[in-house]
Design a protein around this ligand. Structure first.
Ligand SMILES: C[S@@+](CC[C@H](N)C(=O)[O-])C[C@H]1O[C@@H](n2cnc3c(N)ncnc32)[C@H](O)[C@@H]1O
Length: 338
């Protein structure tokens, strides 16, 4: 996959470089997108050591491995960005309003009050913007003088071969600016996203997929393209554990097989596990490789990862697809340079 390239420095009104601070930075995919669109990054914070190591390797030493709540805001900052943990809001999580992780979103108010950026961008799952903590965050940002707008963007509309709907909350000091990234590309397919990769994972550059167990392979063999666990329950109930019938609420795409000629479903943090979603290869009896997952997230092959496969899957699934991040960064740069 072609690297996304780097634009000349994004410039503010006075023609000076625009600086970014990234909170909950993960592996750095949102930072990567802003850097690709010409921003300089002064500071990033991430609490997971392996994600921070991936960040450092691709983007530089400015990342601090720490709990955002425990450090004093610092860094040259025109734009404050970040994707706080989504488990308390996600339809896949327990969605507990009392989940202590939900309060982390309020860190954007604390950091914005201290650093006074011209713009704040917060990415999360769509239910985030309906959560009580979002209202507290938005009120806090408005009290600081920002105008707050939300967008729901589908990665498939921006060049990623993946249906992934995420909310972007954008707070800006310039009233009435509209930051609405326009879809730049037609929808891409799984086949297009994987063009040029060896058909069989060769282990290089995270083109790695675990060998399925015998029972997993027997299940996968019977699942048609676009099919899932539901097909298996009809065709081969003897291969299905009793728990599959006991559970009433279930993900429809569990043990799902991708289709070549469509975008993938959302790539999540366990994208190397067939029992967690639609991650079976369109024709081979294996889960997708980590590099295939990265391609579906529009992550260029030049982006390196640190950690074990479970960490890398998390870093990939947690990340903002660079194709989306670049569109958001371009919209922010255009608005702030006016
Ligand atoms: C959704 S991911 C962010 C992904 C990132 N925006 C990207 O595009 O790659 C959220 C990250 O927040 C980190 N995190 C969770 N709690 C944190 C805390 N208290 N302080 C710093 N980072 C934290 C997690 O380890 C995770 O990597």
């Amino acid at each position: 996959m072609r690297p996304l390239g780097r634009c000349p420095s994004a410039q503010g009104r006075a023609g000076t470089a625009m600086w970014l601070v990234d909170l909950f930075a993960g592996a750095g995919l949102l930072s990567y997108a802003f850097r690709t669109r010409g921003f300089e990054i002064s500071m990033a914070v991430e609490s997971d050591a392996r994600a921070a190591s991936t960040y450092r390797r691709n983007l530089g030493n400015h990342v601090i491995c720490a709990d955002v709540r425990r450090i004093a805001p610092r860094g040259h900052c025109d734009v404050l960005v970040g994707g706080p943990p989504c488990q308390g809001f996600s339809t896949l999580g327990k969605r507990h309003p009392a989940d202590p992780r939900n309060q982390l979103a309020l860190e954007f108010v604390r950091w914005a009050a201290a650093l006074q950026p011209r713009c704040v961008v917060v990415e999360n799952v769509e239910p985030f913007v309906r959560a009580p903590v979002w209202r507290r965050m938005a009120t806090g940002l408005r009290d600081l003088g920002y105008t707050v707008t939300t967008y729901s963007l589908n990665a498939a509309d921006f060049g990623a071969a993946q249906r992934r709907h995420r909310s972007f909350t954008i707070a800006s000091t310039t009233p009435h600016i509209s930051i609405r990234p326009q879809p730049e590309y037609r929808q891409r397919t799984v086949r297009e996203a994987w063009a040029g990769l060896p058909a069989t994972p060769d282990g290089s550059n995270w083109h790695y997929s675990p060998l399925p167990s015998l029972v997993a392979r027997n299940r996968m063999r019977l699942i048609p393209p676009g099919g899932s666990k539901r097909d298996l329950m009809n065709i081969a109930p003897e291969l299905c554990p009793p728990s599959w019938w006991r559970r009433r609420v279930e993900l429809t795409d569990v043990w799902g097989r991708l289709r070549w000629d469509k975008p993938s479903n959302t790539v999540r943090t366990c994208c190397n596990n067939a029992s967690k979603g639609r991650y079976i290869h369109p024709e081979q009896d294996r889960v997708i490789s980590l590099r295939e997952a990265a391609r579906l997230q529009s992550i260029p092959d030049e982006f390196a990862f640190d950690g074990y496969p479970i960490d890398v899957a998390r870093q990939i699934g947690n990340g903002v697809p660079p194709a989306v991040g670049c569109a958001v960064a371009a919209g922010v740069a255009a608005a702030l340079s006016r």
